[in-house]
Design a protein. Structure first.
Length: 157
């Protein structure tokens, strides 16, 4: 890779990483909204956030597919690339993107844990309701037993 080729690739990668950073910041905000919606039990807000997240993820994947070859070429020629003007700034933005991904994943794990806890609570409530229903049905049979004697009269009468 020549220095001119390196500068061209670095420029492409710089533009791509800036676009990814913008999307990752949006994704971070959405992850926070999803966490808040999970805490509030607001399923509608959770669904809306998930739809927004899907759109951003599609865009992020598209950009990443375009950057994969550029990044690999710069990595393969790191000795030349590291000497190029602007390399350190681009590398810093790359590290920032990695940090944002880590924050988003942490927020997502918290949301998943809260959802799992809510699901356990829901299942426990359902089991309690089912037990209560069974108990009430048995109690009703004790309070209002079928009238056996009426059946005898109906057969004779």
């Amino acid at each position: 890779m020549t220095p001119d080729e390196g500068l061209r690739l670095l420029g492409q990668y710089s533009a791509g990483i800036d676009a990814e950073l913008s999307l990752l910041r949006q994704l971070s905000d959405i992850a926070k909204r999803q966490r808040e919606a999970t805490d509030a039990g607001n399923l509608a807000a959770l669904g809306d956030a998930a739809d927004s997240r899907d759109e951003i993820m599609r865009s992020l994947v598209t950009i990443e597919e375009g950057l994969r070859v550029v990044r690999q070429t710069l990595t393969d020629h790191r000795e030349v690339a590291s000497k190029l003007e602007g390399f350190e700034e681009v590398a810093a933005r790359h590290r920032e993107a990695a940090h944002l991904v880590t924050l988003i994943l942490t927020t997502d794990r918290q949301s998943l844990s809260a959802l799992a806890d809510a699901e356990l609570a829901r299942r426990s409530t359902v089991i309690g309701l089912e037990r209560g229903e069974t108990t009430l049905a048995a109690y009703r049979r004790v309070l209002a037993p079928p009238i056996a004697s009426a059946a005898l009269l109906d057969r004779r009468g």
